[in-house]
Write a protein that binds this ligand. Sequence first.
Ligand code: ATP
Length: 607
Amino acid sequence: MKHFMMPRNQILRENHESATPSTPSAFPNLKSKSIAAASPSNRRQNSYKENSAPTSDPNSTASPATAKMKSLPLPSWPTLKQKLSVDAAVGLENSDGPTNPADSVVKVIVRIRPPNKVEEDGGSVVLKLSNDSLSIAWQTFTFDSVANIESTQIDIFQLIGAPLVENCLAGFNSSMFAYGQTGSGKTYTIWGASNASLEEHDQQGLTPRVCQRLFERINEEQVKRADEQLIYNEQITDLLDPNQKNLQIREGVKSGVYVENLTEECVSSMEDVSQLLIKGLSNRRTGSTSANAESSRSHSVFTSVIESRSKRTVDGGVSCLKMSRINFVDLAGSERQMHTGAAGDRLKEAGNINRSLSQLGNLINILAEVSQTGKQRHIPYRDSKLTFLLQESLGGNAKLAMICVRFLQPKAARVKLSDDVNVLRQVKRQLRDKLHRMKGNGNQTGQVGAYSTGWNARRSLNLLKFSFKQPITLPHVDDDTDEEMEIVEEETVDEDTDVNIEDEALKPVDEDKYNITDFLKSPTPSVSPRLSNSRKSCFTSTEHLAAALHRGLDVIGSLRHSAALGRSSFRFSCVPAGVKAVIPVVKVDAVFKLFSVMMSHQRRIQE
Ligand SMILES: Nc1ncnc2c1ncn2[C@@H]1O[C@H](COP(=O)(O)OP(=O)(O)OP(=O)(O)O)[C@@H](O)[C@H]1O
């Protein structure tokens, strides 16, 4: 992010104010001062250094409190170890390893919500492999951190919140986003359990914990100004004064980005913060979704502003004001509109949520590109209110924690499908071996199609029967996967990498929707432009597989019927398309015809 960071640092403000020698405190009465600074116009008159890396000034006569702040250990921000599966986060990857804390870095943490009562019979296709990796449907993804399913709110705070507090005290702007499907636990993570009071300590989310820690850390010498706002349908509402709707975002040369007329409150204790949070959260827009009866239907942003001031009395009385912010962002959950049957306002709401999430992801991707290539690009901060509002926290040297929240999904259907796939893989291997052998025989005899006589139909039939032992239930593959959170699948090498002429022969001659060869023939990526390199491609292939199995069963049924009438045969081509081979007509039973459908082989049903 260096390339991006440098110009942005130019807009950071630093100023020196006349010291008041008679005020020895390192932190003058900021409470009254910050109230005065609460309105945007007043804030504009303020001058401060914001969002810049803390510097050490050897001439500084900073107060002990300031010195203490500067000596705070800077948190380490592990880098993303490989191309991240969450594209919204790929952008800010810093591949140079833990670096200068002034670099803008994103930390991506995955939290998996344990199953609730409805889901308790299920398992998950998501499996934690290590502290920084998990597997989703056979693919391994690496993040900065993967929390245990049993992780408590305090664990999550230690992992994410505590480092951000240190950043903030060191003068960096920080943000934490919770990102995920509706019902996955974003609100729980950011705020806490909805049915628990903020005082119920073990259920508290990151925001109250961070605030608490901030107060502890600054030991009541620092004043925090808080404002809370809500973006709903691209409209900003003041959660502390819900009558203030459709507020405008302004940007001033000195003041930076701010929301006009937004309520800002000066707080001096955790109780003050709790009161604000309770008031703000009760004014949020919620609704019921398929996955969450009390779903946040808006992005809510809680911003804490921490000001610290140091007095220098030796060199002519100069004071420095350091200001940093922490944004707590509970993003609204994405939802598949076509599955919810939403209409009217609800549809518009879902559309706006999805659009702004996608704009957020898009923006972060562009930041990534700028960071990685060094190319100048227009950064579309103004695409959405959310990105515009948070631009100073997304760029510059800001620290960003992206908490990707997932919930477990019932595994029953998927496990069964995975069994089916394994069986089919085995069958495919056997088919290929046989083809190989028979082709060898055929070559020896000069007959391309001589293999057909050696075909062990019965064995394949048994394998297939095994796979179809139970009725195949098409899983509802819920598109929980939020386009904006698509996981980039990395190519994996599996046992079928030894693609040979038989694989070539197995290529489908048409791209019909029952084709499963792409799925089975790893690592060949999907050819579908819509699904390529997407986590969804795996699921969609699974759907294809399931559809193929269904289709196959239909074909079995109809062909059995035809076979009973003694008039079924088909041509089975095992040569690449374009080779004009004479394919013998082979009498086979219905199982082979199932294969011909499933593998998308050339086939001819002859009357
Ligand atoms: N880690 C967890 N442990 C226990 N309960 C959890 C956990 N995460 C979430 N929950 C519970 O799951 C339910 C849904 O969580 P939550 O409201 O936070 O989801 P959300 O992602 O914010 O949804 P939406 O986007 O619809 O607002 C809540 O009842 C919440 O208390």
